[in-house]
Design a binder for this molecule. Structure first.
Ligand code: ATP
Ligand code: MG
Length: 573
């Protein structure tokens, strides 16, 4: 992992709590956990939680467990379990221990019997609707269930029979017996167990009753001696109940702390919605480079370092806020600028012929002229001298970007125009003289002259040009499919929709454009295996950051655009 010399920053509120606890001797080391539910792929919000949990433990010499919160068998799957581990590792973190809430099912069950014996839990036969109705509202107290005063023996018997599979789904639940008039709705006899005859991805058909989140989470933390159970703000109203179960059971006292979840504009972050995008084919999969998932960002070319820098930069807040997508892209550019090698590729090619450049030799029978090739030296990464230089072939016929030429240059247009001298990067000064056009008036070829004395990109007489453009020699160019991504959603808050509308209506119809680019041959030699995550990342000079896609083969190169060099979106807004 890369060490950054970040300036000393103020402690965030979690660090303050920990340092205080340490200084008061409440604990001598800390233990955190990251508790994903394996019902989808991790997204950038999870990355924030991972950075906090693993980051705090690392900073204070503690440990972090990975715990799969797998108490809801219907939506969970081993595919998600696997991807979650892969994504955490890719981010550069490793857990001390790996656990599953389902490993604690037996213990949780025993504790439930204990609560029944203490008169603190009962079996309720009401339907879910009746239970909901009976809970009352924030302003009115709830009503006691008619089954609330069952004897301990009857409750034990019924709960055991629930476990034994005697009752169908929904026939009964186990509830904590607290206070149906409690001002915190969470305390109005919360459900602890429900009957669910469902196959679990780990426990198979062993169980047909499953614990609810509130009954499972705190106790799982307690079993693992988690000192700081860090979760997002919406769980603050659950905290008293979290404490209540631990107190009543008299078990190891874990504590919960809440921070503001990460929200980013122009995207959605709920797993349910991300799943819908995948299932209904709006994206190519969980790792579609437009997805806010960790694997999507990976495929897009984002680096773990840039995601971690972003999480660090936004800090840990106590109040909900929305972070600008540009800030994430800023972190990506900042890191890629340091590590990405430069290459030249032309995404929207138009042909240039340098009329006074020597014709090539001819091969033996004189039929196919072989263009004269000369090799020019290009710097791989001006930010990193150790990356050295490479040789780029140059020739009489070149490709340049269509937008880098105008027949008549308006003021401040310093690129190629008739009669206007311009530098070809690492090569020569050239001046456009004339164009050829097709029947529709589209330019098909630009004729130039060059100054041989400017080889390498500087004039010996010291004359200057104002523009420098990139190019690729036509004779040795290799084609590549380049996928140009834009934001998946066209509006800042895709979730903000009126009744009867869906976030899908806010999808950006132009979020993917595919072009065939002309690339310098070095791009065909990309050896992805030399990169830690099998992804080569480049800066295509002047065009942005790009990376190899997993669809890429030696015969058919595929690159994804990670981001442009500048924030073009900020201007549009
Ligand atoms: P979603 O609402 O997307 O389904 P979730 O909260 O149900 O997410 P979990 O798998 O339960 O997903 O989350 C695992 C951990 O990641 C939890 O501790 C949760 O608080 C945290 N987390 C989830 N989303 C975010 C977010 N946007 N920002 C910060 N932390 C998050
Ligand atoms: Mg959750």
């Amino acid at each position: 992992m890369e060490e950054t010399n970040a300036p000393e920053r103020q402690l965030n509120f979690l660090e303050e709590i920990i340092e205080q606890g340490l200084s008061e001797g409440k604990y001598t080391s800390i233990q955190t956990r990251f508790p994903p539910e394996p019902n989808g792929y991790l997204h950038i919000g999870h990355a924030k939680s991972i950075c906090i949990n693993f980051g705090l433990a690392k900073k204070y010499g503690g440990k972090t467990n990975l715990r799969f919160d797998d108490t809801n068998p219907v939506k969970e799957d081993t595919e998600y379990v696997d991807s979650i581990q892969e994504d955490i590792h890719w981010l550069g973190f490793d857990w001390a221990e790996k656990h599953y809430a389902s490993d604690y099912f037996e213990q949780l069950y025993e504790w439930a019997e204990l609560l029944i014996q203490k008169g603190l839990a009962y079996v309720d036969d009401q339907t879910l609707d009746e239970i909901r109705e009976g809970r009352g509202t924030v302003t009115t107290p709830g009503k006691n269930s008619p089954y609330r005063d069952r004897s301990v023996e009857e409750n034990l018997d019924l709960f055991r029979r629930m476990r034994a599979g005697e009752f169908p789904d929904g026939a009964k639940v186990l509830r904590a017996k607290i206070d149906m008039a409690h001002p915190n709705m969470m305390f109005r006899d919360p459900i602890m167990y429900r009957i669910l005859h469902a196959h679990h991805h780990r426990t198979g058909d062993k169980w047909c009753i499953y614990p609810m989140y509130d009954y499972a989470h705190g106790q799982s933390d307690s079993i693992e001696h988690i000192t700081h159970s860090i979760c997002t703000l919406e769980f603050d109203i659950h905290r008293p109940l979290y404490d209540w179960f631990i107190e009543q059971l008299g078990i190891w006292p874990s504590h919960q702390y809440e921070f503001a979840r990460l929200n980013i504009n122009y995207t959605v972050m709920s797993k349910r919605k991300l799943l819908q995008l995948v299932k209904e084919g709006y994206v190519s999969g969980w790792d579609d480079p437009r997805m806010p998932t960790i694997c999507g960002f990976r495929r897009r070319g984002y680096t773990p370092e840039s995601i971690k820098a972003f999480c660090d930069r936004i800090g840990v807040a106590k109040r909900d806020n929305i972070i600008d997508y540009s800030l994430l892209e800023f972190s990506v550019r900042e890191h890629l600028n340091k590590v990405a090698q430069r290459r030249m590729a032309v995404l929207d090619p138009v042909k240039v012929v340098i009329d006074n450049y020597p014709e090539g030799d001819c091969d033996c029978n004189g039929a196919n002229p072989v263009p004269k090739t000369e090799m020019l030296t290009a710097v791989n990464n001006p930010e990193c001298e150790a990356d050295g230089t490479r040789q780029v072939p140059f020739g009489r016929e070149l490709w340049i970007e269509r937008e880098d030429f105008m027949e008549v240059a308006p003021k401040k247009y310093f690129r190629m125009a008739i009669g206007q001298e311009v530098r070809l990067r690492y090569a020569y000064f050239v001046t456009a003289q004339s164009v050829e056009k097709d029947a529709e008036g589209n330019i098909t070829c630009i004729h130039c002259t060059y100054d041989p004395a400017t080889r390498g990109g500087d004039a010996p007489d010291g004359r200057k040009v104002k523009g420098t453009i990139h190019w690729v020699a036509a004779h040795s160019a290799v084609d590549a499919e380049v996928r140009l991504f834009d934001r998946l959603f066209a509006v800042e808050a895709p979730d903000d929709v009126e009744e009867g509308h869906t976030f899908l209506e806010n999808l950006n119809p132009n979020s993917l454009k595919v072009v065939t680019a002309k690339c310098e041959p070095a791009l065909a030699d990309t050896d992805n295996s030399q990169f830690a995550d099998g992804i080569a990342r480049y800066q295509f000079e002047r065009m942005g950051y790009f990376c190899t896609d997993r669809d890429s083969t030696p015969d058919h190169l595929v690159f994804n655009r990670t981001c442009t060099l500048k924030d073009s979106w900020a201007k549009i807004k």
